[in-house]
Design a protein. Structure first.
Length: 345
């Protein structure tokens, strides 16, 4: 029965795109008698995962059901929420999967399900399901050369990120800062320049309001520092929890900043496909000048600071006709502050 259902899941997976940022994944949900209740597949990056598509057909209610999926349900917040949360909330009794999720941050779903009391079984038709992953990984190796870069900063209404004395904490309020941590959790890495590192000594972790890790240590974004000088021994990033989950990773990744494209290529070789660039202005502006920024997150406070502390310096715009106009702009109010999200196309 399980192998038959897995073959059906494989057939569903084949309906998804064979090339792209995400692997082909199919899912079948069975009742206690082994009858198929719902089938779903992943239609591409940014869309609902296979498990979610199947659960949608059941109004997210599947008490006592068996969920059969070609790959272990994901366990992290990326472009979409973790599938493990939805599976647990739906009341699924058992999850059967073919391939283990190979992602450093997205993996570990089976353990999460087990802790919630759900029975799991992996390795069903794994030769066939692993081939889907192999095709995806080969495509990535050939086509993905640079991670996606998102530039983020907090600013006053007049575009300043720090005051005349250099202080910058806190321009925005608690709601905006909480949102920043939620955003951090969806990236593979967080990068800062040496100036920001020494001035603010950031932890570069995703945390909740109590200071606890928002996602597990293994799912935390990796810290990256752009600086020609050595990272100080007292820097908090040296104690970053994600580093302790990687064998032999004693220090954060560090780059001089001399060749940003080459640095991004090296980051991709470390499994980093998305980077949240958190400052400072010189580093962010350098990425803009090299046309390496694809998304912008601006947290804007209804305040005025004046002075020289602008969010950006030279970004390669020489005249008004060359200005960068953000596309698909979204605005979200955060208790008096505003998050402006846009894309550079």
């Amino acid at each position: 029965m399980l192998e038959t259902a897995m073959r059906d899941a494989l057939a569903a997976a084949a309906k998804g795109p064979s090339a792209g940022l995400n692997p082909q994944v199919g899912c079948v949900i069975l009742d206690a008698q082994g009858n198929t209740l719902a089938t779903g597949y992943h239609a591409g990056a940014g869309t609902a995962h296979a498990e979610i598509k199947a659960l949608e057909l059941l109004d997210y209610k599947a008490p006592g059901a068996t969920l059969v999926v070609t790959m272990e349900p994901c366990n992290h917040h990326g472009e979409t929420p973790p599938c493990t949360d939805a599976v647990i909330a739906a009341g699924v009794a058992r999850v059967v999967y073919g391939s283990t999720d190979p992602g450093r941050r997205s993996g570990g779903g089976a353990a999460t399900l087990q802790r919630a009391g759900i029975k799991t079984q992996g390795g069903v038709l794994s030769v066939q399901t692993d081939s889907l992953l192999a095709n995806w990984q080969q495509w990535l190796a050939k086509n993905i050369t640079l991670p996606k870069v998102t530039a983020k900063w907090a600013q006053s209404l007049d575009g300043r990120v720090f005051a005349a004395d250099g202080s910058s904490k806190w321009i925005t309020g608690a709601a905006a800062r909480a949102n920043v941590h939620q955003q951090r959790a969806r990236f593979d890495a967080i990068a800062v320049g040496g100036g920001t590192l020494r001035a603010d000594n950031p932890a570069l972790t995703a945390r909740n309001s109590a200071g606890e890790l928002l996602v597990s240590a293994r799912q935390q974004p990796l810290p990256v520092v752009f600086s020609a000088t050595k990272i100080p021994a007292t820097a908090r990033v040296r104690e970053h929890p994600a580093l302790k989950t990687i064998a032999g990773a004693a220090d954060p990744l560090q780059y001089s900043g001399a060749d940003l494209r080459a640095h991004l290529q090296d980051m991709q070789r470390h499994g980093i496909n998305s980077v949240l660039l958190e400052g400072g202005p010189a580093l962010i502006s350098a990425f803009f000048r090299e046309n390496l920024v694809s998304e912008v997150l601006i947290y804007q406070s209804p305040t005025l600071l004046g002075g020289a502390g602008t969010a950006l310096t030279d970004i390669g715009v020489a005249s008004i006709i060359e200005m960068l106009r953000l596309q698909r702009v979204e605005r979200t109010l955060l208790d008096g502050d505003e998050l402006i999200r846009g894309f550079v196309l």
